[in-house]
Design a protein around this ligand. Structure first.
Ligand SMILES: [Zn+2]
Ligand SMILES: [Zn+2]
Ligand SMILES: [Zn+2]
Ligand SMILES: [Zn+2]
Length: 322
């Protein structure tokens, strides 16, 4: 609470006098108690039963006589000498109790809005028919009108209609692009990369189709795009077969040792030397060479050349860069 009167810092004598607390209370330290009820239990029961008789006599809605009842009760209580706040509180509680007993359910805020009955089958502004799945508005103009009618609204009260209108305008501000799956032209969604017009088109391209297991021949749906086996058992069998085939292929192969130049049968895919002796000799020579090169300041490290084959396109790029 802002300091007032003698509690103000400009009023030196009042600094610690306790006047502010005495005059205005302790501010938020005080607990707020609910207002006291004005009637006891039996009296309340009697009034509620009378209210039910009045409220139940409705034509259109159970809330038809709500305001009249509350106003009548409140004014009667005020005339009896109660404060306006206490009288209004008591009247509101009694009327809500009576409404509850006649089974009145208050409609939600959305149910009172103009777009509620239209849903997504009709335009939420002009009520004209629209295509299914195209949102809530038939055109940009209708969406714009809706946004303008909601212009002064608080941010927290922006509902489905506001979001649909905002999204439609945001979408149609972007140029149309072609769908990669069906080839139709569409305005991309504000949060998408704009490749597919719908989730159905996205699924048509990106869903992994069922295929045949290479081991047992059953049809299955792989989890990943490079899956070839239906189960772990089949995958193990396939791996075993691949190992066996590699071994057989290596058994008939003959390579020339890089170190001593004699022919030998490779033990693995990457074998380059005939035995441990040759590979140790080659390793130590490579180590010596590397050490020598590092100590020589005239040798500079060049970048690794591009492993791609030289195509006309890459050659043109190199020419342009030069
Ligand atoms: Zn419309
Ligand atoms: Zn499409
Ligand atoms: Zn299988
Ligand atoms: Zn050798």
């Amino acid at each position: 609470m802002a300091k007032k009167g003698r509690g103000s810092n400009f009023y030196v004598h009042g600094l610690r006098s306790g006047w502010t607390e005495f005059r205005y209370g302790n501010g938020d330290k005080q607990q707020k108690r609910p207002p006291k009820r004005l009637f006891n239990h039996n009296k309340r029961k009697q009034i509620v039963s009378q209210l039910i008789e009045v409220l139940d006599d409705f034509r259109q809605t159970r809330f038809e006589h709500e305001a009249t009842c509350r106003h009548g009760l409140r004014s009667a209580l005020c005339l009896e000498g109660h404060s306006w706040a206490a009288a209004d509180n008591e009247a509101a509680l009694l009327v809500s109790e009576a409404l509850k007993s006649i089974g009145a359910i208050r409609p939600r805020w959305e149910e009172g809005q103009r777009y509620y009955a239209d849903g997504t089958s009709n335009c939420n502004w002009c009520h004209g028919p629209i295509e299914a799945g195209s949102g809530r508005f038939c055109s940009r103009e209708c969406a714009r009108s809706m946004l303008e009618s909601m212009a002064g609204r608080d941010k927290r009260d922006r509902d489905v209609a506001w979001r649909a209108a905002w999204m439609l305008i945001n979408r149609t501000n972007k140029p149309k692009v072609t769908c990669e799956a069906c080839g139709s032209m569409f305005h991309p969604h504000y949060a998408s990369a704009g490749r597919f017009c719908s989730s159905a088109c996205y699924d048509a391209v990106n869903t992994i189709k069922p295929r045949t297991c290479t081991v047992c021949g059953d049809s299955f749906k792989p989890k990943y795009s490079n899956g070839v086996c239906c189960s772990r058992v089949c995958a193990a069998v396939a791996a075993q077969r691949a190992r066996k085939a590699r071994k057989e292929r290596l058994a008939v192969e003959t390579r020339v040792c890089d170190e001593c130049g004699t022919d030998f049968t490779p033990q693995s895919q990457n074998s380059r030397y005939c035995g441990d002796q040759c590979s140790a000799r080659a390793r130590s020579r490579a180590y010596r060479n590397r050490k020598k090169a590092l100590s020589d300041s005239t040798i500079v490290c060049l970048p690794v050349p591009d492993p791609r084959p030289l195509t006309p396109a890459i050659f043109d790029g190199m020419l342009e860069a030069a």
